[in-house]
Design a protein around this ligand. Structure first.
Ligand code: SAM
Length: 301
């Protein structure tokens, strides 16, 4: 057995190594490197094909709830979209959410945009099921004409975007008057205090390929949405229904599934989970649901 095979057996892939090397210096699209590395069957995913943390009922101790929770989060966000309309899904992961969006919103046209090409390829069957058009592109430079959509949905992706402000401005541009943006995001309340918080924050930024701009408070995020021209901004902070139960579920998965991944892979995963736990326990992060409308007559019409 060669050295590469031994490493692979430990649970690591070539994309993981590329990701590890990139952590020293990410290229132009860090998120694509990260999600190429995560691949199609992420060991810590709550359910196959899903990459969100779920909107849970209960405290995360019921494993059967995980696959319901990931779907419920998307149903909740998609429920805010106009019905029978043209919808853009930004950062669609492995596309498990697209049939749900198509179903809940009864979309006339659904376009799924993702910076990670490998995810669009991996999700092609689910995209076909949703009758969704895949587009490989950047949330901050949407390759669509102004006024192309009635709804924009983005599930747990905006903290990855090079600039939230540009994403909101672009969403505003591609929406028709009266259009709706519905999204979830992970806001940060404050800067780290002391070495443990600093390690947790920096390790998360590096592993997920995020810039410091990813850290924004809920108030700052709302302000950016309003500056883009959106009105009727409604938000809900639901970390206790998302982050807390997801952490409990993942901890249990790590404890019980010793066969599913090699020791060093599990150790790395366990370290990462403990850093998120610290950020959550110390009240540094939360989970935000946000909905806003493009006014019927806006200054950019
Ligand atoms: C945490 S995953 C969430 C995936 C999916 N929404 C879900 O909840 O399962 C973040 C997604 O955003 C995508 N993404 C990150 N940066 C992006 C960008 N600048 N433009 C478009 N998509 C991006 C990633 O490729 C990934 O699919």
């Amino acid at each position: 057995m060669g050295r590469v095979d031994i490493v692979m057996k430990a649970g690591w892939t070539r994309e993981n190594f590329r990701h590890g090397a990139a952590m020293l210096r990410y290229g132009r699209h860090p998120a694509a490197t990260v999600y190429d590395s995560i691949g199609e069957d992420f060991f810590l995913a709550l359910a196959p094909g899903w990459l969100n943390l779920g909107l849970w009922q209960g405290n995360g101790s019921d494993p059967a709830e995980a696959s319901v929770a990931v779907r419920r989060l998307v149903e909740t966000l998609a429920g805010e979209l106009p019905k029978g309309a043209d919808v853009l899904d930004v950062g669609n992961g492995l596309a498990a959410q697209d049939p749900v969006i198509a179903d809940v919103a009864g979309t006339r046209r659904l376009v799924a945009l993702n910076i990670t090409r490998s995810q669009l390829v991996a999700g092609r069957q689910r995209l076909a099921e949703a009758r969704a058009w895949p587009v490989n592109g950047d949330a901050t430079r949407l390759p669509f004409a102004a006024g192309s959509f009635d709804g924009v949905i983005s599930v747990e992706a905006a903290f990855h975007f090079p600039s939230r402000a540009r994403f909101f401005a672009e969403s505003f541009r591609v929406l028709r008057p009266g259009g709706v943006i519905s999204m979830s995001d992970v806001p940060t309340y404050r800067y780290p205090r002391g070495p443990r918080e600093l390690l947790a924050a920096l390790s998360q930024l590096r592993v997920w390929g995020l810039g410091a701009h990813a850290a924004a408070t809920p108030v700052e995020i709302v302000r950016q949405v309003e500056i883009s021209g959106f009105v009727d901004v409604r938000t809900e902070l639901v970390g206790e229904r998302v982050i807390e139960p997801a952490l409990r579920f993942v901890r249990e998965r790590l404890r019980t599934s010793r066969e599913d991944a090699g020791g060093s892979y599990r150790l790395a995963a366990s370290f990462m989970v403990s850093q998120v736990e610290l950020l959550w326990d110390r009240g540094m992060i939360d989970y935000l649901l946000l909905r806003a409308t493009k006014p019927n007559s806006s200054r950019q019409d």
